[in-house]
Design a protein around this ligand. Structure first.
Ligand code: 13P
Length: 252
């Protein structure tokens, strides 16, 4: 049995100001100090990385970014490089969030390049995959997830998943209050693990697969109790310290 330490990561998206994130982070740090076996990570907006980096120094809570450029440097106005994230002690970076895919038009290929750049630069990518509602209704969930994963495997190599996390986020469950049932999540998580196992069994067994999409304090425990659900990527509920701490404590 592989030991996969549960991971609960907060994706704050484009929320907060200095006035609100300081007490939010303080509340989270206070709350996860005890009774929390999960690894905890916070992914704030870029401009708050410096602030959080200072606040999280010498704590167990890890810092992550929400996006990164696939380019190393140069004339790419508005973009942020892997090296810049390293400067602020980022450990994780979210890659391929559905809001990046569907609002900003990032392609499977862009995301594969970002994933490879992150791994090459010693960041741990949290690769998001997930189907839209119409794709689920068309019975295309597995086809979509397979395409999203295979592009990254082809581009970055299966061995790069040794230093990566995957997040299954069904688009229809994000910010809608409608979460996947634990059984629906487990079915896709198992599919993801089997897809990786086609290339490398050990890697597939070791990679952590998080669930994201309307995870709340009252549904987290059931979701996290599934065999292939190794934690969560939390949006809305990570903006309230008590709720987020309850979710962190819901891992076993
Ligand atoms: P919600 O938890 O707000 O549904 O967002 C999930 C998500 O997109 C995390 O990346």
């Amino acid at each position: 049995m592989t030991d996969r330490t549960p991971l609960v990561a907060a994706n704050w998206k484009m929320n907060g100001t200095l006035a609100t994130i300081r007490p939010l982070l303080a509340g989270i740090m206070e709350g996860v100090r005890e009774d929390c076996i999960a690894e905890v990570a916070i992914c704030p907006p870029f401009v708050y990385l410096a602030e959080l980096s200072a606040m999280l120094a010498n704590t167990e809570v890890r810092l992550g970014a929400q996006n990164v450029s696939q380019q190393a440097s140069g004339a790419f106005t508005g973009e942020i490089s892997v090296a810049m994230l390293r400067d602020f002690a980022c450990h994780y970076v979210i890659v391929g969030h559905s809001e990046r895919r569907h609002i900003y038009g990032e392609s499977d290929n862009d995301i594969a390049e970002k994933f490879a750049a992150a791994v090459a630069g010693d960041l741990v990518p949290i690769l998001c995959v997930g189907e839209r509602l119409e794709e689920r209704e068309d019975d295309a969930t597995e086809t979509v997830i397979a395409r999203q994963l295979d592009t990254v495997i082809q581009h970055a190599g299966i061995e790069s998943f040794r230093r990566a996390v995957i997040a299954y986020e069904p688009v229809w469950a994000i910010g809608t209050g409608r979460n996947a049932s634990p059984e629906q999540a487990e079915e896709v998580h198992e599919f993801i693990r089997l897809r990786l196992a086609r290339h490398d069994d050990a890697c597939a067994g070791a990679v952590r697969i998080l669930y994201g999409g309307s995870v709340k304090a009252d549904n987290a425990e059931n979701l996290f109790s599934m065999a292939n659900v190794d934690g969560g990527l939390i949006g809305g509920a990570s903006l309230n310290a008590d709720d987020f701490v309850s979710i962190c404590r819901a891992t076993r």
